[in-house]
Write a protein that binds this ligand. Structure first.
Ligand SMILES: [Cu+2]
Length: 160
């Protein structure tokens, strides 16, 4: 009877330590490309890093009617983009969402987004075992013309 008890405890500990691991996701350098009057779509870009292998499965924003994770690539000389169901994030391997690649697509914007404003984003991640993590991000709006985030220079503190 005593042996059985200790085996049960051991099994529970093992489960908690492996397949049910909680993914601690850090979102950094989040920014949104600014829009002009009448434009209802834009992209959000950021770097995602997780302590456990997980997937970005959902994104939302109170400023957009619909938000999707998109993939962009060249196909026969044309830039194509399409929604992806889930974006894989391998443990401790940062994934960059950037122009011309993966991005979070904001659709159905009510108003233009100007430089310096912040766009609230909620990102939902799920591991293969179904353990979910939700991260809230404030993405800063950059100039419409800006293709890339400001360069990071070593040894210099760039204002955020
Ligand atoms: Cu897109």
């Amino acid at each position: 009877m005593k042996i059985w008890t200790s085996v049960s405890i051991w099994m529970v500990v093992t489960l908690a330590g492996t397949s049910m691991a909680f993914a601690d996701v850090v979102v950094s350098e989040a920014w949104v490309r600014g829009t002009v009057k009448g434009q209802t779509e834009t992209g959000a870009f950021m770097t995602l890093k997780s302590t456990e292998t997980t997937q970005l499965i959902q994104a939302s924003s109170p400023l957009a009617k619909m938000v999707q994770v998109h993939e962009m690539r060249m196909d026969k000389g044309m830039m194509m983009m399409r929604p992806v169901k889930a974006l894989d994030i391998t443990a401790n391997a940062p994934v960059m969402l950037k122009p011309g690649s993966y991005h979070v697509m904001l659709m159905g914007l009510d108003k233009p987004l100007s430089k310096g404003e912040h766009v609230p984003l909620q990102l939902t991640f799920s591991t293969k075992a179904g353990v979910k993590t939700t991260v809230d991000v404030q993405a800063e709006v950059h100039d419409l013309t800006q293709a890339n985030p400001p360069m990071k220079m070593d040894g210099m503190n760039m204002p955020k």
